[in-house]
Structures are given as C-alpha cells and as structure tokens.
Design a protein around this ligand. Sequence first.
Ligand code: NAD
Length: 518
Amino acid sequence: MSAVSAVIHGAERSPAVRSTGVRSTGPRSKGARSTGEVALLARVPDQLYINGQWVNGTGELIPVTDPATGLILKQIQNASVDDGARALDAAVAATDSWAATPARVRAEILRRAFDLLQERRDDFATLMTLEMGKPIAEANSEVTYGGEFLRWFSEEAVRISGRYGATPEGTGTMVVTQRPVGPCFLITPWNFPLAMATRKIAPALAAGCTVVVKPAELTPLTTLLFVQLLADAGVPAGVVNVITTTRSQAVSAPIIADPRLRKLSFTGSTAVGRALIAQAAQNVLRTSMELGGNAPFIVFADADLGQAVNGAMLAKFRNTGQACTAANRFIVHASIAEEFGRRLTERVDALVIGPGIDPAVDFGPLVNDAAVDNIDTLVQDALSRGATLLTGGTRREGPGSFFAPTVLVNVSADSRIVREEIFGPIVGIRTFETDEEAIEMANGTEYGLIGYVFTTDIARGHRMIDSIETGMMGLNTGLVSNAAAPFGGVKQSGLGREGGLEGIHEYLSTKYTLIPAI
Ligand code: NAD
C-alpha cells in the first residue's frame, strides 16, 4: 500500500514515516532532478500538434513550473489566434474520414492507446506529479482512472445503436440513428491533467468526432505527452489537435464562433463556464459543462465514525483539496462533532507534507503561489468570523507552494469557505440537530455536483439520496469517480455527463427518418 493510501485509508504505516510530519526535502526542494526525470522532460513535446505534425506557435514560450520547487520544468509553444484556426481547419478536414472509419477500427485504436498508457504509466504519473504537484501514488491512481476512459469508450464505440419500428398508426417505419456531432472543441482544467483529457477525448473519438484540445496553461505537458501516445496508437492526422496558449479567451472565442464547430466541452470553473455558454449561444452550439462544486459532507450521529473520518481524508485531501468533487462543507451532527473533529485532526497531523515525487509524501504543494494566497485569505476570513483552528492554517516558507492541511470548527454560515468552492485543503465543520436542518444546509448553495452522506441507517441514507440536489452522491464513501458511471452536476455545477453509458451521447446527435408504408 502506498504512503498516501495508507494515510488516507487509515492503515498502519512504517514508524519512520509516521513520525515525520513535514518531510525534509533536501536536494529536491532545490530542484535537483533525477536522470530519469530529466530524460522524461526531454521526451515531452514542446510544440503544438496540428494535423498530425508538431509545429511552432507564435515563437513566444510558456514556462511550465514545478509547484514543489517553483522552478521551470520546460518551456512550450504559445498558440496564437491563427494557430487555433489552423487546428480547427485540421479537425474539420478530418471529420468525414474519421466519421466513416468503422467503429471497430476506432475502438481498436482506443484500446491500443489504453495498452500504451499502461506501458508508459510511470512517465505519465511522474510528469503529472512534476507539473501539478500531486503525490506520486495519487498520480498513479489518475493514470488508472484516466486510462479507464480509453478502455471503456473503446468498448462503447461498437455499441452505438439506433431504433427501428412501425408508427403507431401503421403509416410507415421510423428509423432512428446516431451520428457523430462533428468537430469538437475540448477545454480542460489543470487539476487532473490526464483524466480530464481522456474523459473527453475518448468518447469523442469513439463516437467518430474530431477534436481540438486546449489544456490549461499551468499543466499542459501531460496532454502533449498523451497526444504523442495517441499518434503512436494510430489516431490519424487531424483527428486530435492540441493547442497550448496563455491567451485562452482570445484563441478560444473565434473557434467557438466558427460555424464549422459543432460542440464545446468544457471542464473548469463555473465563472468561465457561464461565459463560454454565452459565447456558444450565438451559434446554438451544443455544450457539455463540468463546472465547480461545493460538496456537502454530512455525518449523522449513527455514522461509523472511522468510516466517516476515512471518507473525509479522501474527499478533502486527495489532490490537496483541488478537486471539483472535494468535500467543501462539513455538516456534522452536534452530538459527535467534537469527536469527529478530534479524530480527523489526529489523521491530518500524521500527513507527511513535501514534494509529491517523494514516495513517502502524502500531501504535496498547491498548484501555485496564487492558490496558496487564496487559501490563506479563506482561512483568515473564517477565523475573523469566529471559527476555531484545530490544526494547520499556515503557509510553509521556503521553496514551493505549500499550505498546511487545516481543520476549523465553529465555522459561521457567512464564511467564504461555506459559500464558495474552496479548492484547497481546508475542512470547515458546522453542526446540525435534525435531518431537515442537514438537508437545508446541504442544498443552500447554487452548486450541485456531489454530496457525501455517512449514516448506518439505510432508510435515512435513501432519504438523503432523494433530498440532496446533486448529480452524484457518495453513501459512506469519500470517492465515487468511475469511468463506467455518469459524472456531472445539476444547478450551476454543469450540463451533461461524462463517462458511463451517457458519456458517448454527448458526442452523438439523433437522426429520425420516416419511411412511409407503400
Ligand atoms: P478555469 O475555469 O480557470 O480554467 C479551465 C480551463 O479553461 C483552462 O484550460 C483555462 O485556460 C481555460 N479558460 C479560462 N478562461 C477561459 C476563457 N475565457 N475562454 C476559454 N478558455 C478559458 O478552471 P481551473 O482553475 O483550470 O480548474 C479549476 C476549476 O475546474 C474548479 O472550479 C473545479 O471545480 C473545476 N473542475 C470541475 C470538474 C468537473 O468535472 N465538474 C473537474 C475538474 C475541475
């Protein structure tokens, strides 16, 4: 068992690691790279990928930094508006031939990509840890999760089906078929650099669509390495194109406004999603929106507290709290709140903090210093409104963007950590007395991505599943993501679903034909 899963799942750990607390980072914190890491970074492409070719952009470079050290890992090409247009031209040119490629062939290419990802797993895990900061064990889990979308949608590609039947009046035959929507624009966030890309690219390709992908400027290296893998797996030129840019708005807007584009799929913040929906409305463009969350994490008096604390460690501290599914509001029954806070604090204090590339580390840096500033401000806001600090609350001086995992109790309802998506390692505990009060607190947000409920009462569990307004629920668990399940939210957490049987339909349009009886 890895260090991270040992801590997060609460298993025994070696004494040497248990007593560490903050890991002394040695040469790592000074940016010393192993020979393997240097060779890996040299293998990562640094250009744009358009029409099957690696090409230069404007000539300006985007520095990509390691959040554990603040040092530059690699510089990559910055795309211009014209580069974006060229990428869309390539996707449009490849549309007909890819749509006409038999589903079995598309499926086998995706399956080959899955196999290659298993062979190259260490490269992808290491690269994600270097550019995003997550502990290496979590990066490995992301390779598994991200890879599953390739395998799942390779299996779904050959199951795209339609319907055939007589009209009720007997006047003819109705034929319903599914067609690929056409060229898609896929915009991904920085927090899960591989999985957010595969969760969009795999269903699009399975459905027969071509794509332009724009990864986040903070963590673009994983997507660049991944598109090389897709080419190696046999994806034809023009089917997948990648543009990296610091000018997201300027480069994306003309692509979204282009009448040849048929679909926009975005994962990111609700604020940006809202703006993109408005842009997409001009051409009545189909959109899928995976946006922010503000997940309630409800612990009832009858909960198994050990299970609830394990769930909280996973739901809050995985990815350093930088997940849309992260538990954001801890709503705990008043009779057990003190005990829950004490046990959670003990577990948090045992986390080993340091550069994620060190396998003994459980908890890495935040993505950059701006994220640390934001978390600091949120903690200060909660404290100024009467919260009590149980542990953490401080940034770490020195290299890297570190902030201590933090537990607060007596959090007031008007604190920013209650109203906003935190996107970092702060637990804020509030209490409730009745089930109705818990439901009201849980639903008191414009977000609706996921909710977590801990109870041993089956009837209460079912009532909560029915009453909490979210697209997903975890019942006595802190982790629900699965490529075979529909991922997505309600309210301002988004539109559409990724993964599961639903995921491929985001990239298909339904066509109905009537054949009159003769
Ligand atoms: P973000 O909204 O700042 O950026 C997301 C992507 O959009 C990036 O590629 C960015 O470059 C691009 N972008 C930003 N402004 C743009 C514009 N005007 N036009 C076109 N593209 C633009 O989000 P982020 O900080 O990268 O990611 C964190 C957010 O993503 C959080 O809110 C989190 O909840 C959300 N998220 C949601 C899910 C989900 O499945 N619901 C998954 C992961 C992350």
